[in-house]
Design a protein around this ligand. Structure first.
Ligand code: N0T
Length: 522
């Protein structure tokens, strides 16, 4: 194992999430950081699996890897901890030059406690399960069990303490997800006596303030939503206490992820994971769990309309957008661009390893270099720009678009200019755009200076236009440079684009091209 010496002073600032003017930035080593992430499969967090992980991460060009740490794995016997896998993981991540996000699979791993130790998940008296309206019991553990909270929190604190000892000077681990897709399927709330009591207790002030409501019990204030809302508060409050205790020993950014409900036809709570940070209770979660830096969507919806609606709902002045999980099928790859356009601090396809498991139909049918390729192409393009994107995004100077399902054209409003993005448009603009044969189109635009923009993307035609209300304005592309940024953020000029390459829009192809565009009026 790594040394157990206590770190006196960290050599670089702790990773953190900063917020200003309703925008957010993740900082690592004191610098803006964009997560070009990947999550491994659920059973890949074991030393013997790591050789099947790293080649996929390398092929992907990811800079950050999310790996589960199971409660039962680290505390098989109460009070006896084994963090040897974490030691191995941190050592190998450093060798592979990637950062880590740890996933604390404990009281909740998608509704149930399967990752909790046997001494927890088999002791119903001490660690109670959720009771349904009809009195029967679900697999899900109740957030109102005080022994459960004590035990989870104790284990999490031990984990964070150990992590600080082995990594407090390096910050290979930059962030921790607390639990996984918390909530309960099969009931809107816990119908135990404690759950009934909660429903008739006053809504906490922080929630009232957030919701703009006045004093009352959950039932009084929220009526027919009270069951779900009080349950969301109970889970968020539980996770808050785990996260706060962990932060007190090692203050890394922390978040919780959501098993989403359908953005348009959600159906009743319990049909989806009730009590988790779904889009209707983000405010309650933010009020109940101030130690969480944000709540994140796990997006397994291929449709453009649904995907971008989820991005809208989780990108808020009080919540940084991090796509904590998304499908690893080709249809999802392009959404990294829309995520950037929504001020996203990161994006992470799920199941990116060569353990030969695939979660189709949520993701790809098989994980091979071919299925990784479209994600890899995007990361390869974005990696040299990552710091710049994270920096300018915080200033409100990043726009992004992903190819829609049906429309083949979109307009982005950059304030000073507008940009028309079209997909699958034949040369010379004679025919209308037809969409790409595979929906791989996407573009990110970063403002560098007045009238100067960086443009990068794939399979898209980018046309600058004057802003709204200035339609007749004469303007031109003063200069379009193609180049590349090196590891130090230094720009290296390659060539100028002109003629066919610019006359009918800037033609982004299958090549990882980065353009610097200077616009002028005359
Ligand atoms: C995810 C993953 C993993 C629209 C599924 C998604 C991961 C967990 N759960 O492979 O288990 O640990 O967070 C649940 C999606 C439900 C179906 C949504 C259909």
């Amino acid at each position: 194992t790594l040394g157990v010496t206590t770190v006196q002073a960290a050599s670089t600032p702790l990773p953190r999430v900063v917020t200003a003017e309703g925008r957010h930035q993740l900082q690592v080593d004191g610098k803006p950081y964009l997560i070009l992430g990947a999550q491994v499969n659920n059973s890949s967090g074991w030393p013997d699996m790591l050789p099947a992980v790293w080649p996929a991460i390398e092929a992907l060009h990811a800079n950050t890897v999310q790996v589960p740490i199971g409660w039962g794995q680290v505390e098989p016997t109460q009070g006896q901890f084994d963090f040897s896998f974490l030691d191995t993981l941190v050592t190998q991540a450093r060798e592979h030059d990637v950062r880590l996000v740890l996933l604390w699979f404990a009281t909740w791993k998608n509704n149930g406690p399967n990752y909790a130790p046997a001494w927890v998940k088999l002791d119903n008296a001490r660690y109670p399960r959720v009771v349904k309206k009809d009195g029967s019991t679900l697999g899900s553990l109740s957030p109102l069990g005080s022994h459960t909270l004590d035990a989870d929190r104790t284990a999490f604190v031990a984990l964070m303490k150990h992590l600080r000892q082995i990594d407090g000077d390096r910050h290979t681990v930059i962030m921790v997800q607390v639990e996984n897709e918390s909530g309960t399927y099969g009931s809107d709330r816990d119908y135990s006596a404690a759950g009934d009591k909660l429903l008739q207790s006053p809504v906490p002030a922080a929630v009232l303030k957030k919701a703009g409501k006045s004093v009352g019990t959950w039932s009084e204030v929220f009526g027919k939503d009270a069951a779900e809302y009080s349950y969301a508060w109970a889970i968020a409050h539980y996770i808050e206490q785990v996260a706060a205790a962990g932060k007190a020993v090692y203050n890394l950014p922390m978040y919780a992820n959501a098993a989403l409900r359908d953005p348009f036809n959600p159906g009743p709570p319990g049909g989806y994971s009730s009590g988790g940070p779904t889009d209707n209770v983000i405010g309650i979660w933010r009020a109940a769990a101030p130690s969480l830096d944000f709540v994140s969507p796990d997006i397994y919806m291929r449709e453009w309309k649904k995907y971008t609606t989820v991005l809208d709902r989780y990108s808020r002045p009080d919540n940084a957008l991090f796509v904590a999980e998304t499908g690893n099928d080709v249809a999802y790859a392009r959404y990294v661009f829309a995520t950037l356009g929504h001020q996203g601090i990161g994006f992470s396809p799920f199941g990116m390893d060569y353990t030969k498991y695939s979660n189709w139909p949520l993701g790809a049918k098989a994980i091979t270099p071919e299925t990784i390729q479209p994600f890899a192409a995007n990361y390869e393009l974005l990696a040299p720009l990552a710091g710049l994107i994270a920096k300018q995004s915080f200033a409100g100077k990043v726009w992004g678009a992903s190819e829609p399902d049906e429309a083949h054209e979109q307009t982005l409003d950059l304030g000073d200019w507008r940009v028309q993005v079209s997909y699958g448009r034949p040369q010379f603009g004679m025919d209308p755009p037809q969409g790409n044969p595979q929906k791989l189109g996407g573009v990110v635009i970063v403002q560098l200076a007045p009238n100067e923009y960086l443009v990068a993307g794939y399979h898209a035609r980018v046309n600058f236009m004057p802003p709204k209300g200035h339609d007749g304005q004469h303007f031109l592309l003063e200069k379009v440079q193609e180049g590349r940024y090196d590891e130090n953020g230094q720009w290296h000029f390659i060539r100028e684009w002109n003629g066919d390459q610019t006359d009918y829009g800037l033609n982004l192809t299958s090549q990882p091209q980065v353009l610097r565009v200077k616009l002028a009026t005359y």
